[in-house]
Design a protein around this ligand. Structure first.
Ligand code: PGA
Length: 253
């Protein structure tokens, strides 16, 4: 089955509004959205909350995603942003469960599940991040950890709703460390994730699902990942920050 490819930049806590706008202007000048369409690649970025609206306005066809979202529509949740707030600025994608949220803010699989359910109920797209820690990897627990994250994170979703969820496999030991997982490891785990999706949602949904690899992906390494049968794209942090490097990532797909 041929699935679209997906290149998503996660800017984390980088880029002021001015820098984010400059990136978008570069992308326009380089004609990256057009290039991506010609290659059947979806491309997008996830800026900080503060830059979201500006990036949305300068997106010129880039997918714009929030880095997180709250499951409630409003309420006493200091520092959080809700789905209606994103809707108001025409953002309908959000990352959920990034390991930095899990690690530094104690986000759990159940928290992720609430967010994903709220997103898909509002016809948003979710990019759900899963991945094992270095300790879990060393103990040979990768697949147990992933199976749990997938099962709990996607609890109660329907076969239709799963169509709006992209899964990103991001081994924690490979994020921002320069120690990327080999293409073989990425394929092994992405294939495993597809088998879990098949078990929970059936073959058709699992074959349609986009599964990304993330963790120290660079322009030199992206091709090796995307050549794998079950790796449909990449979630890229550091190497997505500069427009030149973002262009190289796309060129090398
Ligand atoms: P990295 O980040 O590419 O800088 O390792 C990836 C991510 O955290 O999504």
């Amino acid at each position: 089955m041929s699935r679209k490819k997906f290149l998503m930049g996660n800017w984390k806590m980088n880029h002021t509004i001015e820098e984010a706008e400059a990136f978008c202007d570069d992308v326009k000048e380089m004609g990256l959205v057009k290039k991506a369409r010609a290659k059947s690649v979806m491309i997008g970025v996830a800026p900080s909350y503060l830059s979201l609206q500006a990036v949305r306005k300068h997106a010129h066809g880039l997918i714009v995603a929030s880095q997180d979202v709250h499951y409630a529509n409003h309420g006493a949740y200091t520092s959080s942003v809700s789905i209606p707030m994103l809707e108001e600025i025409n953002v309908d994608w959000s990352i959920v469960g990034h390991s930095e949220k899990r690690q530094y803010e104690g986000e759990t699989d159940l928290d992720c599940n609430q967010k994903i359910k709220a997103l898909v109920a509002n016809r948003f797209h979710a990019i759900y991040c899963v991945g094992e820690s270095a300790k879990e990897y060393d103990a040979g627990l990768t697949k147990d950890v992933i199976a749990m994250q997938v099962m709990v994170g996607l609890l109660d979703l329907s076969k239709e709703e799963i169509g709006n969820v992209v899964i990103a496999y991001e081994p924690v030991w490979a994020i921002g460390t320069g120690k990327n997982a080999s293409a073989e490891i990425a394929e092994d785990i992405c294939k495993f994730i597809r088998s879990l999706l098949e078990k929970h949602f059936g073959k058709v949904a699992s074959q349609k699902a986009l599964i990304l690899y993330g963790g120290s992906v660079k322009p030199e390494s992206i091709h090796g990942y995307l050549q794998q049968e079950d790796v449909d794209g990449a979630l890229v942090g550091g190497a997505s920050l500069k427009s030149q490097s973002f262009q190289e990532l796309l060129n090398n797909i």
